[in-house]
Design a protein around this ligand. Structure first.
Ligand SMILES: *Cc1c(COP(=O)(O)O)cnc(C)c1O
Length: 417
């Protein structure tokens, strides 16, 4: 974790305390923990112990590295986007994009799916349970289960099944059973509840393969660890290309796993600004958004304590985002900690801005980004327009996934597209 590259302008020996978290109780300062039904406590302890042993076992690391290289296509590419730089219109600005959209199954989700899938096999589990929002996590898990010979059940909200049909078909083709969830908002929050309910009655045979950095300990730290490969590669690739560290690193934040995976390699570098971009939906003031950090207050959801969108009575709010993968009322606990310390800054951009980001990459670069990733792109457009992106900035932009799944949504929203 602390294999530091000593080239570039950084000679800092400063260590961000966040790099050492969580503590033994799974807490990141005031956030995190393990809020779970009694029936799951033994299973969570078993999982935490199995993960601790796997992490310490070089054979596990080698097996995972091999799969990431041979099956996921890592390292993913990092390259400049000159067409987008011209569009930003900021003198001397350079933007390097980390292409997680080019990973197997079309998003960075495969990193964590492979890590936890290997752990499930190592623990002797035969059945994997997952939740999914946009379907990218479900597709990654379905692919890994096919690869490793595990049964796979994916819970998905009915609303998300309708808007991400291609991914539903994709999961089924890969042999997963997709279970439709009609409860609540019929989105990822409801799917999480159903996946956890399934696990309560099947902990002996089943492994709950969580897709983001939330949930009870050990999930937030484990998912983060499996995603830090994104930042480690990016740091090495950017140093090789430019000889220096970035001025700012930008990634979209739903639950927050692709962002943490990218940010962690730069946490100890106080000169590198880290920026998380949430979904402002139809605007924060409309109340129809999913900006948990920007507009939420700390509370408990899905086994952890973190920033959460809730009303005055503590009822969890309904959310909206054009990006199904960002349409969740909470954010992982480590983000709460990083926000309060001021180490990561969070912004929210609307559906409309995300669509502008989508088009900018599609037409300017020939890259069709996921609508989730388009929020990070849109934030850069806005920053440039507001004069908040200094001349000669070196920007590292996380492109979390590809947008094939979103073509139907974009086609109706942008008739001229
Ligand atoms: C799942 C997903 C996200 C959001 O999840 P995080 O945990 O916040 O990273 C973003 N982009 C894509 C392409 C996704 O599939």
């Amino acid at each position: 974790m602390s294999s530091r590259v000593e080239t570039g302008r950084s000679t800092s020996t400063y260590r961000e305390p966040a790099a050492e978290l969580p503590d033994a109780a799974g807490r990141f300062g005031a956030y995190g923990g393990r809020y779970a039904p009694e029936a799951l406590m033994a299973a969570l302890t078993e999982l935490a112990e199995a993960y601790r042993l796997a992490r310490a076992d070089p054979a596990f690391g080698i097996e995972l590295e091999t799969l990431l290289r041979e099956r996921a296509g890592r390292p993913t590419r990092l390259h400049r986007v000159p067409g987008f730089e011209r569009l930003l219109g900021v003198p001397g600005v350079r933007v390097y994009v980390k292409r997680e959209d080019m990973a197997h199954t079309g998003a960075y989700k495969i990193n964590n799916a492979l890590g936890q899938g290997l752990l499930a096999a190592r623990m002797g589990k035969t059945r994997v349970i997952a939740e999914t929002g946009a379907g990218q996590h479900g597709v990654a898990v379905a692919s890994v289960c096919a690869m490793l010979g595990l049964d796979c059940v994916v819970y998905m909200g009915a609303h998300d099944m309708a808007r991400q049909e291609a991914n539903v078909a994709h999961m089924r083709v890969l042999g997963a059973e997709v279970r439709r969830v009609d409860a609540g908002g019929r989105k990822v929050k409801a799917a999480v509840s159903e996946a956890v309910r399934d696990w309560v009655s099947s902990t002996g045979s089943s492994f709950l393969l969580f897709g983001t950095v939330t949930g009870p300990a050990p999930y937030p730290a484990m998912v983060r660890d499996f995603q830090t490969v994104i930042g480690r590669e990016s740091r090495r690739q950017l140093l090789a290309a430019t000889g220096r560290l970035p001025d700012r690193v930008v990634a979209c934040v739903g639950g927050g796993s692709n962002a943490l995976g990218l940010f962690h390699a730069f946490l100890d570098e106080p000169d590198v600004a880290l920026i998380g971009v949430e979904a402002a939906g139809r605007g924060i003031e409309s109340g129809q958004h999913a900006a948990a950090i920007t507009a939420g207050i700390p509370g408990e959801l899905d086994g952890t304590f973190s920033y959460l969108l809730q009303d005055a009575d503590g009822q969890v709010s309904r959310t909206h985002s054009i990006a199904a993968g960002l349409d969740y009322p909470a954010v992982g606990p480590e983000h709460g900690y990083l926000r309060d310390r001021g180490r990561v800054r969070y912004h929210a951009v609307t559906d409309a801005t995300a669509l502008r980001g989508f088009q900018a990459f599609a037409r300017g670069e020939g890259i069709v980004p996921a609508l989730e990733s388009a929020h990070a792109i849109g934030h850069l457009l806005e920053s440039a327009e507001r004069g908040e992106l200094p001349a000669d900035s070196l920007v590292l932009l996380g492109l979390s996934g590809r947008g094939d799944k979103d073509l139907g949504i974009v086609a109706v929203t942008l008739p001229e597209a």
